[in-house]
Design a binder for this molecule. Sequence first.
Ligand SMILES: NC(=O)c1ccc[n+]([C@@H]2O[C@H](COP(=O)([O-])OP(=O)(O)OC[C@H]3O[C@@H](n4cnc5c(N)ncnc54)[C@H](O)[C@@H]3O)[C@@H](O)[C@H]2O)c1
Length: 385
Amino acid sequence: MAQRRVLRFGVIGAGLMGREFASAAMRWCHLDGLDFAPSIVAVCDVNERATRWFEDNVPTVERVTRDYHELLADPSVDAVYCALPHHLHARTYVDAIRAGKHLMGEKPFGIDEVANQQILAMCHENPEVLVRCSSEFPFFPGAYQIAKYVQEGRFGRLIEVEAGFWHSSDLNPDKEINWKRLVKTNGAYGCMGDLGLHVVHLPFRFGWRPRNVRAVLSNIVTERPDGHGGRVACDTWDNALLLCEAEAANGDRFPMTLSMKRIAPGHANTWFLRIIGTRFSVEYSTKNPKQLLTLRYQPGAAQSWEVTDVAHESAYPSITGPIFEFGFSDSILQMWAAFCDEVVNGVEMRQPMRCATPEETAQSHRLFTAALVSHATGETVSLLE
Ligand SMILES: NC(=O)c1ccc[n+]([C@@H]2O[C@H](COP(=O)([O-])OP(=O)(O)OC[C@H]3O[C@@H](n4cnc5c(N)ncnc54)[C@H](O)[C@@H]3O)[C@@H](O)[C@H]2O)c1
């Protein structure tokens, strides 16, 4: 077998997403023909149960610590994945980049715009360090195909774009409070900080810039059980609806509706993107992850939506047959392949879908900060520089 480059990773934050990365790293054999691979050699978490899971399940782990500085000081660690509560993003990401570790961070990439700018400043000081933010949905086959359609310029004049990420894990008012439901640890953005980057990543990647935003935010469940028999305030926004006037690189302007909902009855993890153009329209939702809807239009011809079952084909070839379904953990594996590919091959990476960039997170912070102002004032807020 050809020599492959092994990237030695540290994981800071061994919770839900830390474990997802561990699972992806350990099923790397699922990907076909890659000459690079991650190996998780160090793990940090303040919760012993979380690190024990890694010790029990990830045989490559050599170092376990409660203090992330110790992990960053290890010269044998090439890259880190930080999957921490939002109030810890700025300090850990800044320290990781300063330590020269390639960084996959998590959204919202700083609890607020100030924190995000601190991270961006450290990125600019260390251009040799690759810094990216996790965002899986572009790697679903349907979403990946849409990116190709945009690249090919199929749509004609854009009429309207709608993107959203909806779930309903907060519908149950008896669900206990946790850090994701408190402004102190989750941030003032609420559901926008949690779900927003997933929604804006592809529109921003396509060069569609919001010129302004009118936002309506909702706090539907205002208190939750505190886990000790009492109730405590749940002060984060549950749902957000953002109507933007967007502009494409060619100057076309169109309405773009972005929605992020933690309380959308009937939805478990629904990410969708609908692009309506004068010559071509497309719609994709992870609710029906195999189905891609397209509508080709020629003047005077009939208008009919076509439904295609997309093949199991994303950014990197895998051993799975094309007829089999693709899921969330597959998209995570593909995203990690993109990150490792970019660390190893830079601009020569094998395919064009790089992970979300720090600049894209900065754009998202500008939008969400403006959305907070819009909701508070009831006015449309300009995003023009
Ligand atoms: N990309 C996605 O699809 C996706 C999905 C869920 C969450 N996220 C993001 O991932 C990040 C983590 O979310 P999660 O769901 O994994 O949360 P989680 O609560 O499951 O895990 C966070 C872990 O961080 C640990 N931790 C807290 N303080 C620490 C410290 N000072 N040092 C070391 N460890 C510490 C906690 O003990 C916990 O194990 C957040 O930014 C969240 O928005 C992304």
